[in-house]
Design a protein around this ligand. Structure first.
Ligand SMILES: [Fe+2]
Length: 295
């Protein structure tokens, strides 16, 4: 397996290894897992991807999420991100699918709004537009390491509230349905996720974050906005331009990402599997002290 760095201080393409190798071979998994801990974003090119193959690969990293209510693929282990409607045609720009893509274009980390957040997301390209539709990543680990030690310490002892309805509300007031709101009440996480393998901290932020525990609402929002801006400053991102057969996985503990736009009339179909974080991934320390005591 060869590791080729592709981003500014993070992100790497892996060559000489397939999804099937990782699914079937312990040594291949161990090598890819080590690269994942180190590089945060991994790119696999020219893969022969099936739903089953993607899921078998994904399961190596932990328990797969069951897709939430209101998303295509609900109840399965797959999230279907598409602009193709049930009639086989590309949906209009004001369609719910298209609005969801807009929400996906805000900087975020997947599933920070869930009761169990995500370790990693695995995204495969099935139908891609000729232009645009890239996925852009930043390292919240590198962003954290740029802060002063005082600031790092302060944030490591701060907690932020995350709410799916908040990020969707930035696009349209009713984009999160009543059913989704009921299923996804706000959750609170430490603002720094420490990787238990290498001990490195990363800012844990997203478009879903809306308040800092113990701070005035406006002051908390300002802090979140400043940290988001610093973490996504120009020159810090890796932009993945998708090709057929590409699979990209990322560490939701140490990155943020956003989708980039593409011409609305062009079809795009991507399939995501998402692996929940577990205690081995540093999850327990992310909970506010009150919840640690209660569980
Ligand atoms: Fe995402």
């Amino acid at each position: 397996m060869d590791i080729i760095r592709v981003g500014p201080g993070f992100a790497a393409e892996l060559r000489g290894v397939t999804l099937a190798d990782v699914a079937n071979d312990d040594a291949a998994y161990a090598a890819v897992r080590a690269a994942f801990e180190e590089h945060s974003v991994l790119v696999f090119r020219s893969q022969e991807v099936t739903d089953e193959g993607q899921l078998a690969f994904s399961r190596r990293f932990g328990p797969p999420e069951v897709t939430k209510v209101g998303s295509l693929g609900t109840g399965s282990h797959f999230v279907i991100l598409t602009t193709i409607g049930p009639d086989g045609k590309v949906v209009p720009a004001d369609h719910r699918y298209a609005m969801r893509n807009k929400a996906n274009q805000l900087w975020h980390t997947d599933s920070s709004f869930k009761k169990t957040p995500a370790l990693t997301s695995i995204l495969s390209a099935r139908i891609i537009p000729a232009n645009g539709g890239e996925t852009e990543f930043v390292s919240t680990r590198l962003a954290f390491e740029k802060l002063t030690p005082t600031r790092q310490k302060q944030l490591a002892n701060s907690f932020a509230w995350h709410d799916y309805a908040h990020s969707r509300g930035k696009i349209a007031a009713d984009l999160a349905s009543a059913e989704e709101r009921a299923a996804l009440p706000p959750v609170c996480w430490r603002m720094v996720w420490k990787n238990p393998v290498n001990g490195r901290g990363a800012l844990y932020l997203a478009s879903h974050a809306y308040a800092v525990e113990g701070m005035e609402r406006a002051a908390g929002e300002k802090l979140i906005d400043e940290l988001m801006a610093a973490a996504t400053a120009p020159g810090t991102s890796y932009v993945h331009a998708w090709k057929g057969g590409d699979v990209v996985m990322w560490d939701n503990r140490a990155t943020m990402h956003r989708g980039r736009p593409w011409p609305a009339h062009e079809a795009r179909l991507m399939v995501r599997t998402t692996i929940s974080a577990t205690a081995a991934d540093g999850l327990e320390a992310m909970r506010p002290p009150s919840q640690q005591a209660a569980e």
